[in-house]
Design a protein around this ligand. Structure first.
Ligand code: GLN
Ligand code: ZN
Length: 779
């Protein structure tokens, strides 16, 4: 096969790698959820999605992306783009075979079933997307997977755009990244490697490219971020060989659009020469996370000179307006490698809210921000500067520079009192003292049965609770009325837990809109947005807070609620806080100082709160760090530094308490295999961790690691309304007991219960108690 004969159409001067799909007012979320509950049909959902796509294209054109030059990416998804890729290539796990039509396709209901499960068929596993707070569904690939072009959705969306007057650029996960992110299917033999199926997968991509070409697509974007991630457990030479083979085959096809391979989230490193040697027409580099490539051999340099290099210089990962001039300089510097340089976001803008201009309550801060729409404007400016010279965009560059200078000098960005305190810290502030002594002190202070039962913190956030908060915010409820409603809810939750027979109670977190935002609202240094929603997974969105200045705690945050809950019961009530790393991970953070410094400030604020809880008689305090794994850098060389400051911030927050005060932590959302040692270094007395979806695999990892503190591997998945049976949980506990001695094993669900209803929560917890009693009786 030869490379395509006709010269490639020019790549657009400015583009983005992807755009938020959820809608400015979360239209997609509302439509998808309406479909799930049956209040709209599939046809109606399709219609609303098409409207949203049309609005997005018009918006992007209005912001300066070309209508007719492939600048606008076609990056919509109903739920997740990795799931879309799996469905496109026919990779549906065999347990869902009954959903698949003869031609390999799935209808919308079937598509959502893969994401959400049905009956005993568990959904695809969900895990974090690179170092972001977005979660994708993990494809399952085995020798039995029959690849075929099973969905023409991408082609139809391109045609839909064309009919509306736009020549867009379809986006799909590239074949190598797709397989690197996949896991071996249940039926696959031990040691099976999804990447070994590349040869059978490539014809499907070739066919898709041919279909897009026939439909008139000039460019297609294949995302290959898998190549920048050193955490993927496939040997690098094998990855590079797969990359070479994939783009030899795809670029060798004669009927195809020009190929743009994007590599967001980091540096391509030794994958760049491989891509350079292929016949792809454009390569995207993340110049925000990765440096400008240097030391390239002569062959690579010569090859790159004939390609378009797409400079990812506008940060797709944070909300700051930033230094536009530096972005232009970085884009210009790529000119040393190729005469054809275009400008883009460093990653998809999926990680950003839509539009900062809708935030009307942020005062000066508003001028320092750039959400997705503002980033598109910045890209258009940098592209213009690249084409017409720096002077042509002087006004934009100066306005950005002025905003940045104003931000760095603003009151509150640097707080002398906070800095004096962090500057005075010593190693003793990070040490809790001997674990065995703590165990003895805690056993004396807290009489608990074998296999103590507890929950992770939140109880169902009912419509009534949410309504009360909305009425508080609108002024319809006074703070005193709101407080008494929340206290009534706490009464109810405490009573329910006593009836069920749990050993360590919680207050249920009714007063928290969100485990991070609640703290952000009560700490100095943060601001919260009105419309800043970002997709977390599927239809779930979060509204990250903006961490813009030095952090301090003007007043106690959780104290009164915890003390109130403890006043209602003889059983211990756990105090409940969100840890520094998670607060950072789920906020938009400042970029003017290392994250570790901000974490230290947060840790000190939490340390004060913990001290007050302890002083008020709260004997167990949980500091949640579900995002500990999430912030782990993609490059191995950066791991140790990250783990030092992240573990350090947890220890700093928790090390001020007496030996008899029991510190818990909670981890979820990730596979923790590569941070097991760090979990030990947190030195929490008890760690609860998500485990049910992976059938307790984590327990083996923990056993191997030598971890010897208390552990509560979750015995049921709280992501679905399914009520787990007693036998099922009994088995999981017995499985855990094979590795963990009974006196260290705690019994709890996988995570908080806030997204669940009361009916299934009550029944599930009753079953959890019955399972515990059965195991205790047998022990
Ligand atoms: N304590 C929190 C809750 O139960 C923990 C949530 C989480 O881990 N995501 O809601
Ligand atoms: Zn959790």
């Amino acid at each position: 096969m030869t490379a395509r004969p006709t010269p490639a159409p020019a790549f657009p001067a400015g583009t983005i790698l992807g755009y938020p799909r959820i809608g400015r007012r979360r239209e997609l979320k509302h439509a998808v959820e309406a479909f799930w509950v049956g209040s709209i049909t599939a046809a109606e959902l399709e219609l609303r999605a098409a409207e949203l796509r049309a609005t997005t294209r018009a918006r992007l054109a209005g912001l300066g992306l070309g209508r007719g030059d492939s600048a606008i990416p076609e990056s919509f998804s109903f739920y997740d783009h990795v799931l879309d890729t799996a469905v496109t290539v026919g990779a549906v796990p065999s347990r869902f075979a009954q959903l698949v039509a003869d031609d390999g396709s799935l209808d919308l209901a079937g598509y959502f079933t893969l994401a959400r499960g049905a009956g005993d068929n568990l959904p695809l596993e969900m895990t974090k997307w690179f170092d972001s707070n977005y979660h994708y569904l993990v494809p399952e690939i085995g020798p039995e997977t029959e690849f075929r072009l099973a969905s023409d959705r991408l082609v139809r969306e391109f045609e839909e755009a064309k009919a509306g007057g736009y020549l867009t650029r379809p986006v799909i996960v590239g074949p190598v990244t797709f397989l690197l992110l996949a896991k071996a299917s249940d039926g696959a033999p031990a040691g099976f490697e999804p990447l070994s199926r590349l040869d059978e997968l490539l014809p499907v991509y070739t066919e898709l490219l041919a279909r897009l070409h026939a439909a008139g697509a000039e460019w297609v974007q294949l995302d290959e971020p898998g190549l920048v991630n050193e955490s993927i457990p496939v040997a690098r030479p094998v990855q590079l060989a797969a990359l070479a083979e994939a783009y030899r085959v795809l670029a060798g096809a004669t009927a195809r659009p020009a190929i743009f391979v994007a590599a967001p989230y980091g540096a391509l490193g030794d994958a760049l020469p491989v891509l350079a040697a292929s016949a792809v027409e454009a390569i995207g580099l993340d110049l925000v996370r990765g440096p400008l490539p240097t030391g390239l051999g002569q062959e690579t340099s010569a090859a790159l000179a004939s390609k378009t290099l797409v400079a990812g210089v506008i940060d797709g990962h944070n909300i700051w307006r930033g230094d536009l001039e530096a972005a232009l300089t970085a884009a210009e510097s790529l000119g040393a490698l190729s005469p054809a340089v275009s400008v883009s976001s460093s990653t998809s803008l999926l990680h950003l809210p839509h539009d900062a201009s809708e935030e009307t309550k942020l005062g000066a801060l508003g001028n320092w921000l750039a959400f997705a729409d503002q980033k598109v404007g910045q890209i258009a400016a940098v592209a213009a500067g690249l084409r017409d010279g720096r002077e042509s965009v002087r006004a934009e560059l100066e306005a950005a520079a002025a905003a940045l200078a104003e931000r760095l000098a603003a009151p509150g960005v640097r707080d002398a009192a906070v800095r004096a305190r962090t500057g005075a810290l010593g190693t003793a502030d990070y040490e809790r003292g001997d674990y065995a002594e703590r165990v003895a002190a805690q056993e004396a202070a807290l009489p608990l049965p074998l296999l103590p039962t507890t929950t992770i913190g939140s109880f169902p956030q009912t419509a009534d609770i949410r309504r009360a908060r909305a009425r508080l915010n609108s002024g319809a409820l006074s703070p005193a009325e709101y407080e008494s409603l929340m206290k009534a809810e706490i009464d109810r939750v405490v009573r329910l837990q006593e009836e069920i027979g749990l050993d360590v109670l919680v207050h249920g977190e009714p007063e928290r809109n969100d485990m991070v935002q609640y703290f952000a609202e009560n700490l100095d240094g943060f601001a919260v947005t009105e419309h800043g929603w970002v997709q977390s997974y599927g239809s779930r969105c979060t509204r990250p807070s903006l961490l813009w200045g030095d952090v301090s705690r003007p007043a106690p945050i959780t104290l009164d609620w915890a003390v109130y809950a403890q006043s209602l019961t003889e059983k211990p009530v756990k105090g409940m806080l969100t840890g520094p790393v998670t607060i950072l991970a789920w906020s938009f953070v400042r970029d003017d100082q290392p994250l570790g410094e901000t974490a230290t400030q947060l840790a000190l604020a939490l340390r004060d709160e913990i001290g007050e809880l302890e002083g008020a008689g709260i004997g167990i305090i949980q500091v949640d760090e579900p995002a500990l794994r999430e912030l782990l850098p993609l490059q191995r060389a950066d791991h140790a530094g990250y783990l030092d400051w992240s573990v350090g911030s947890f220890r700093l927050a928790t090390a001020g308490v007496r030996a008899e005060t029991q510190i818990h932590t909670h981890l979820c959302y990730s596979e923790f295999g590569d941070v097991i040692d760090a979990i030990g270094r947190l030195d929490a007395d008890v760690t609860s961790v998500e485990a049910a979806r992976s059938r307790m695999e984590i327990v083996d990892d923990i056993g191997r690691s030598g971890f010897d503190h208390g552990i509560g591997p979750g015995v049921y998945d709280i992501h679905s309304p399914r009520v787990p049976g007693v036998a099922e949980m009994t088995q999981l506990l017995e499985r855990a007991l094979e590795v963990v001695p009974g006196r260290r094993l705690w019994v709890n669900p996988d995570c908080g219960l806030k997204t669940r209803g009361y009916a299934e929560t009550t029944e599930s917890l009753q079953n959890m108690l019955a399972a515990t009693q059965a195991v205790r009786a047998g022990a």
